[in-house]
Design a protein around this ligand. Sequence first.
Ligand code: UPG
Length: 470
Amino acid sequence: MEKAQLVFVPWPGMGHLVSAVELAKHLLTRDQRLSVTILILQLSFINSKQVHNYIESLQASSSTISNSLRFIILPKDEPELFNFTSFIERQKPHVKEAVLKIIQSESTSDSPAPRLGGFVLDLFCAPMIDVANDFDVPSYIYFTSSAAFLGLMLYLQKIHDEEKFDPIEFKNSDAELPVPSLVNPFPARVMPCAMLRREWLSPTLENARRYREVKGIIVNTFLEFESYAIQSLKMPPVYPVGPILDIGSVGSNAPQEIMQWLDNQPLSSVVFLCFGSMGSFSEDQVKEIACALEHSGYRFLWALRRPPPPGKLASPSDYEDPQEVLPEGFLDRTAGIGKVIGWAPQVAILAHQAVGGFVSHCGWNSVLESIWFGVPIAAWPIYSEQQLNAFEMVFELGLAVEIKIDYSKDSEIIVKCDEIERGIRCLMEHDTEKRKKVKEMSEKSRKALMEGGSSYFWLGHFIRNVMAIK
Ligand code: UPG
């Protein structure tokens, strides 16, 4: 039996890494001829303890696929001042050396060595194609965000390179753009804030340029969900294999205190607020959210996190005592209806029947998790490409309500209490058309992964492609 090995290079942020690991698990469960090595880049502004604990827990688990999945942590080598391009450049020799070692160690083992089948690179790591080329094997991208965003990246790169238009000029613009992956004209005011900052725009355009060289782009989405966007992407081949989610151990590690609190709440009564692995707000903004929750009177579960110090790139942390940022007496007055927590067991919470709505930053994993569990979203994007995800969910797909889709952490505006309250009320209304649509999409997401489903088909197609290349 011919075997093939894939080398994954994920971005080390949890939103990317966990998704890549889950993709690897899907591949390994589906085809025993495959094995996967995941190379872990180290980056100081990402919570490395969380990353290491996560990998250790995977290594300790004795699943049937653990023999075919391994991790190699690459040496820490980061430029003094973080710069995306030079960070990736410095990682290339480490990636090359790790892969050479794998090949050498396998050539000395007794059993026949698996063929190096290719590299699966994170959406931020496309320049690693150079390393794959050195080994003369194909590269694929694993795109952990939406097909719509992939379309926007390719569109911006095209107008930049062919029409010599600088996308930074979309800042404060009223233009509406004909982005091929969107049905509606795309208002520049909701341009993802990452595209409006030179330090992120340049590497994003460079990544998009390199996408055109790869053998295929695996996207964490599914045909029934983003059909228009997926069909708009002509080249290179796109494999919509999602939703790829970490829901295997729903609830098993969730703190009992939170789950018991949810157990005591009525069906679909709780609004859950959570803003991803890097999302947090200023103290003034926190007070407006608290005011909105109190006024709305809805039950709530709020993952409240402390932002990193000003000017520092770092993951948010938990407050020792959230009272220090909340309005005076807030916790006492809402003790009967609400709970403030730090890091949330998000999947277990969304799976709980007491949860009726999700105020989210629209990180793509959160969007997919909300769809999977049929919980509607009120969109409040903060950074990265989240503004586009929010636009897609609210206006393209009609699956979410808006809190403020043109918010960004760079905009320095404060969303006021009444605006947030209006969004929460709209979200928590029952029996709305949106709620019904979300439930229907939830069923479709589950069917897509089953044998005979669209994502099942595309994953098989990807594997056939990998195995066919010699
Ligand atoms: N999560 C928790 N508890 C928390 C916060 C997050 O379990 O308190 C989980 C959540 O369930 C999800 C993941 O962490 O699985 C967060 O992923 P996501 O919702 O995608 O947000 P980010 O961590 O912000 O993800 C980054 C980018 C985002 C992008 C995504 C995928 O910020 O914009 O869509 O990566 O590329």
